[in-house]
Write a protein that binds this ligand. Structure first.
Ligand code: EPZ
Length: 420
């Protein structure tokens, strides 16, 4: 398993190009199952999760091909999709595979998808996905760790989500796009990735209203059409590099970013003393020598994203004063705390909150990555820590960050990948 070796200390400065959003590309790829044909998705990041999803689509009979001449363009052809089963060995590698459930059910009239099981950050049930699909008329059975769903034709309905769920909203939107009549989805997630999927469904022929609000209304179409569609920038990658500028006291220009998707993060980092300038397609972050402490509570969008909680905690480890970080979305998203403490951080977990007392300096040490965003926070801490930090099990990072060590090295970080 590869490792990342980091010599802490340099202040980062320069420009980083932001890649397409992982958590938008995945539902966009799932939506290609709704209609047979040739799709052209652009600004798709080259990540392990994207490759895993290509494997799943190919297992179902689709073909996936990266464009030879244009970077980040993925061609998907679902003309010959016949499959409707997503097996355990594919789903266990990536929970987002559950996103094929809605489109397969809508297009094929049936789907057999392995239950994703838990992961490092929590139980992550899909009960609200299943309840919603039942509300659209699907028959559902749970057997041998699989959910088996059938529906001759889904019919529009009104469905209220008990809690806003990102992939739950996406599954229901895709199913509703082919359902008979109108579907009203209430208390939906409002993330930019949801809006991107809604726009692709509109381009494919569905009528979608209310994108970005807590209520989405979808008129199903008898059939949809294959399209070309451009993915949105990755707001979590952007936020991660914003923290990289902050934690090294550096000055980074993040090109291809969407500042409007990061209001809560911009406000919070300014609170710690960063100077942040935004404009169409860019965010510039200038850090300070030692950040001020600031409390944080993660919330569904447009609140501060849970996917940036670990990264923000790394910054608070060297802040002046104490900060209280509360994680309200997942029940076990403090796996990075034990690793940050190996660098000398002073953190105490109290239920859903962590109390972080900023220290003058962190000292490099060997660390173990546990999940995607926790591994990013360890890299960020390593950029600041005196001496050498080695982050093991970097495959976690490769799931969600395109060429992270190259992007960081290009702006002055002393970071290299050790292949094992
Ligand atoms: C999406 O996961 C993201 N993944 C996650 O990013 C992100 O952390 C999460 O949304 C929250 O923003 C993708 O988009 C592929 P949820 P998802 O359903 O959809 C509960 C990353 O790092 N819930 O919005 O699985 C659930 O337990 C990943 O890129 C139910 O109770 O998250 C959680 O407490 C990690 N029942 C809350 O809702 C359900 O049926 C929000 O989860 C569904 C969810």
């Amino acid at each position: 398993m590869d490792k990342l070796k980091i010599e802490g200390g340099p202040t980062l400065s320069g420009t980083i190009e932001i890649s397409g959003a992982k958590n938008a590309a995945l539902p966009l790829m799932a939506a290609t199952l709704l209609a047979p044909g040739a799709y052209r998705l652009s600004r798709v990041p080259r990540l392990r999760d994207i490759h895993s999803f290509c494997n799943l689509l190919e297992h179902l009979g689709a073909t996936c091909r990266w464009d030879e001449s244009e970077a980040a363009v993925l061609h998907i052809d679902t003309t010959h999709v016949k499959g409707w089963k997503a097996p355990y060995d594919l789903v266990r590698k990536m929970r987002a595979s559950v996103l094929v459930l809605g489109p397969l059910l809508a297009r094929m009239g049936r789907a057999k998808v392995s239950l994703p099981g838990g992961c490092a950050i929590g139980a992550r049930p899909i009960d609200l996905h299943l309840k919603g699909l039942r509300a659209l008329g699907a028959e559902m059975e749970l057997r041998d760790g699989y959910v088996e769903a059938t529906a001759l034709r889904l019919s529009g309905t009104a469905y209220y989500f008990d809690v806003p769920t990102v992939t739950g909203t996406e599954n229901l939107m895709m199913a509703a796009a082919l359902a008979q009549g109108e579907t009203l989805l209430e208390n939906v997630a409002r993330e930019p990735e949801i809006v991107a999927l809604g726009k692709m469904l509109e381009a494919m022929g569905a009528t979608v209203e209310g994108l970005g609000t807590e209520t989405i209304r979808i008129q199903g179409a008898p059939e949809l059409a294959a399209v070309g569609f451009e993915n949105i920038p990755d707001r979590i990658e952007t936020g991660t590099y914003m923290v990289a500028a902050a934690i090294t006291g550096g000055d980074l220009l993040l090109e291809g970013a969407d500042p409007s998707a990061l209001d809560a993060v911009i406000v919070k980092l300014r609170e710690t003393g960063c100077s942040i300038e935004t404009g169409p397609g860019f965010i510039r972050v200038q850090g300070v020598e030692r950040p001020e402490s600031a409390d944080l509570t993660t919330l569904p969008y447009p609140g501060f994203p849970t996917d940036l909680q670990a990264q923000f905690m790394a910054l608070m480890c060297v802040a002046k004063g104490a900060s209280v970080i509360t994680e309200t979305i997942f029940e076990n998203r403090f796996m990075h705390v034990a690793e940050l403490k190996r660098l000398g951080a002073d953190i105490r977990i109290d239920g859903r909150s962590a109390v972080v007392k900023g220290v003058e300096a962190l000292k490099g040490a060997p660390l173990m990555a546990t999940d995607l965003r926790a591994s990013a926070s360890l890299v960020l801490a390593g950029l600041r820590a005196e001496g050498t930090t080695v982050v093991n099990r970097v495959y976690h990072l490769d799931r969600g960050y395109e060429a992270m060590e190259q992007k960081l090295a290009a702006v002055g970080a002393r970071i290299e990948r050790i292949r094992e």
